[in-house]
Write a protein that binds this ligand. Sequence first.
Ligand SMILES: [Zn+2]
Ligand SMILES: [Zn+2]
Length: 264
Amino acid sequence: MRTNFHTHTYRCNHAWGTEEDYVLEAIKNGLFVLGFSDHGPFPDRDFGLRMQYDELADYVGTINELKERFADRLKIYSGLEIEYHKKYNDYYDFLLKEGGLDYLVLGQHNYTDSYGDIRYISSFSGTEDYPEYAESVAEAIESGFFKIAAHPDIFYKNPFAWDENCEKAADIIIAAAERNKICLEVNANGFRRGKSYFPDGMRFQYPVDRFWKKVRGKNINVTVGSDCHTAEQLWDHHIDAVYKYCKDLRLNIIYDIFSKENDL
Ligand SMILES: [Zn+2]
Ligand SMILES: [Zn+2]
């Protein structure tokens, strides 16, 4: 059963294609479910590379129109990929209720550190930053607003060797996921970028084997996210490779995050 819950559109200003382009591509590739998760705006702050807050209603309205028009061919959901900070709790609540969104995907591309500074995952100076970042992901997972934690291993793309901080960060995130029954996503963009050199050897920036081997055997559902930024990427050959990766690791893959059958 082919599905995807991690889909971007032209609205984030670094992806291409309208919502309809992705719907048509999904139908062409035999998808059963398509979930949109473009980068979510915040009402009071522009983190860049995303739609403006005043464009949100048009995004949701466009998806709602497509839901009706293609109802006999594809199940469509509206979502956003967005960072978590507790000061926005009312906002996440608003998005899921009055905002009309079906789900939120956690995309923790930045977080607020203990000094109140915004830190981006690509700006870490060493692995000593990892546990604090992982705590921000765990806090997001505990909030209950998110169905999926996208690329929960993305911070390992920084050029550092695996050490006890890496280990600790993985344990923090995986324990929170298991406690809260959130889906962890293996993200195809890491495969698209290919392997690169790290001080302890060649590997993908993400997914990171050591992280996912810890997920194996836990009571955690895993979803494969295309994270497509062009319609052609929605089901490219990398998706099949990611499914094989998950199967080889014996992860508990689920296809439809809304199916009650997958409840843990
Ligand atoms: Zn992301
Ligand atoms: Zn994404």
